[in-house]
Ligand binder design. Sequence first.
Ligand SMILES: NC(=O)c1ccc[n+]([C@@H]2O[C@H](COP(=O)([O-])OP(=O)(O)OC[C@H]3O[C@@H](n4cnc5c(N)ncnc54)[C@H](O)[C@@H]3O)[C@@H](O)[C@H]2O)c1
Length: 236
Amino acid sequence: MDRSLKVALVTGGARGIGAAIAARLARESWRVVVADVDARGGVSSGGRFAICDVSDESAVNALIASVTTQEGRLDALVCNAGVNERKPIGELSLAQWLRVIGTNLTSTFLLVRAGEQLLRASRGAVVTVASTRAHMSEAHTEAYAASKGGLVALTHALSISLSPEVRVNCISPGWIFTKGDAPRPGDHAFHPAGRVGTPEDIAALTAFLVSPDGSFITGSEFIVDGGVTRKMIYPE
Ligand SMILES: NC(=O)c1ccc[n+]([C@@H]2O[C@H](COP(=O)([O-])OP(=O)(O)OC[C@H]3O[C@@H](n4cnc5c(N)ncnc54)[C@H](O)[C@@H]3O)[C@@H](O)[C@H]2O)c1
């Protein structure tokens, strides 16, 4: 194993945005560790795959311990794993609320706490994946919006606490097509950029932020939504 290669840990990398981030970093010669609850994932990037529920404290501690022993370093941590639960608040159970907060927000606290020494030693970088839903809402998305808003705030708090060794930034995607029905022509046209986003759009910015080109950037949130949150909408 080439221990001179930089190591990136990507959570939720079995599919979707996380898989694109893992593949992009692998193409840029990073040694990639993908952590996910979905055991089918992780092979496409060619890196190591680790089963891990990122909301589980002991699982996260074991994951970082395995990175310490197997890779021996950690240069980039990409906190991408996330879940949604869309339900009217009257029907949302506490267990469902806690699952969303645990997966989308508490996970980053657990991962950074466990990985702090490795990240400081490598003068590494953290990228969190929040959402434009940290800033705007549809009905019945309280748990998701709260988790992503918390993640934006956790990102800037960490950027101060971990400075100057570790940079911490957040990407807030808008609509990124990963699954389900393909976007219609009108969906693309609605976006000022002329199209719905792709996982590669998020992967490209992640790769930039963890690279030396991003070395003056920390504590920032980058909205990658094709311009939708800047679009004024009036009733018909
Ligand atoms: N796709 C979008 O339009 C969009 C928009 C804004 C934000 N996001 C955010 O981007 C991230 C990735 O989204 P996606 O669209 O690729 O989602 P996805 O559902 O396709 O992939 C999420 C991955 O996270 C994994 N995961 C879920 N819970 C986990 C846990 N507890 N521990 C470890 N892994 C877990 C899943 O197995 C899956 O592989 C999420 O945080 C999501 O909230 C997505």
